[in-house]
Design a binder for this molecule. Structure first.
Ligand code: NAD
Length: 293
């Protein structure tokens, strides 16, 4: 048995981010406002939206849940978004995914004003990220960057491998790391000999959604390993438990490792609230003529 990796626990890093969001929100003339749009009654979405609204209140933001019935027509969702875009009291708009099958998520996400795109998933936000312009960044990848910064993990000049190329996690994280002077490799389901690629990483990020995909022999000794994956695996009591994409034995090889649950997870909501504050700050500057866009 080797030495155990340093656990990069999310709670204190998320707490620091929430404190910063609260401090900056309090410095604004009005509390930033987060509009949460939910369509249908998917139980996980109901719980996520409720959790986001509760955390928003904790850091001094105002929020409103716009719950629309499952059968809502796309034109009605777009009309709500147009009203929220036009309302100067609304700082940020989050459309909870997944949407019911009759709605087109691309059309709906693109209808959010990029200035209020606190999810950071609008194509304009993506373009700004990849061209290293200021803008709102997707919450999970930005949360990973905040976690690394909180623990003082050096990134500039290092080699990172990200496993997973989704628009939600892998791709935007690649851009964020690139902007932070990291040499980045994106690996995915069609990467041959994944282990040979991951073993090159000083910083290995796994965002796949497959329990224990990454095993100790795939990890360079001393590497920092960030496990974004969330998988429910069966247990004898039938309740199931959450586990990551990284095998627990990786702790014997890695220098540092995020736990699942309790690693990257708490960073995502904290970053959403930080994004709402950032959006409100930028809108205030624009309204005051201090920022021309
Ligand atoms: P996704 O399904 O959109 O993408 C998965 C990616 O993994 C794809 O790019 C695919 O190419 C790659 N992949 C699949 N099988 C592979 C294999 N065998 N080897 C290498 N790569 C493979 O998923 P996503 O939305 O990016 O989410 C990934 C995971 O992260 C999920 O478990 C999800 O629950 C979790 N997640 C966690 C948070 C959080 O807040 N902690 C946020 C978002 C997603």
């Amino acid at each position: 048995m080797g030495a155990a990796a340093q656990p990069l626990t999310g709670a204190p890093a998320a707490e620091a981010l929430l404190e910063e969001a609260a401090r900056r929100a309090a410095a604004l003339p009005a509390a930033p406002h987060l509009a949460l749009v939910r369509v249908g009654d998917d139980p996980a979405s109901v719980a996520y939206v409720r959790g986001k609204a509760k955390k928003a209140t904790q850091v001094g933001l105002s929020s409103q849940v716009h719950a629309l019935p499952e059968a809502t027509a796309q034109a009605e969702v777009l009309a709500l978004l147009a009203a929220l875009n036009a309302d100067p009291a609304v700082s940020g708009i989050l459309v909870q995914l997944p949407l019911p099958a009759h709605l087109n998520p691309e059309t709906i996400l693109t209808a959010v004003d990029p200035r209020k795109d606190v999810d950071g998933l609008h194509p304009v936000s993506t373009g700004r990220l990849w061209t290293a312009q200021a803008g709102l960044r997707p919450c999970t990848p930005a949360g990973v960057m905040a976690l690394l910064a909180f623990y003082g993990v050096p990134v500039a000049g290092r080699r990172a491998v990200i496993v997973g190329r989704s628009a939600l996690v892998g791709r935007p994280l690649a851009a964020l790391l690139l902007n932070a002077d990291v040499t980045v490799t994106l690996a995915h389901s069609r990467t041959p000999d994944l282990g040979a690629v991951t073993r090159e990483a000083d910083l290995l990020v796994v965002a796949v959604g497959r329990a224990h995909l990454v095993t100790p022999e795939m990890v360079k000794p001393g590497a920092t390993v960030i496990d974004v994956g969330i998988n429910r695996v069966p247990t004898e009591d039938g309740k199931g438990r959450l586990t990551g994409d990284v095998h627990p034995a990786v702790a014997e090889v890695a220098g540092a490792l995020t736990p699942v649950p309790g690693g990257v997870g708490p960073m995502t909501v904290a970053q959403l609230l930080m994004n709402t504050v950032l959006a409100a700050e930028t809108q205030r500057q624009e309204a005051a003529g201090e920022l021309v866009r």
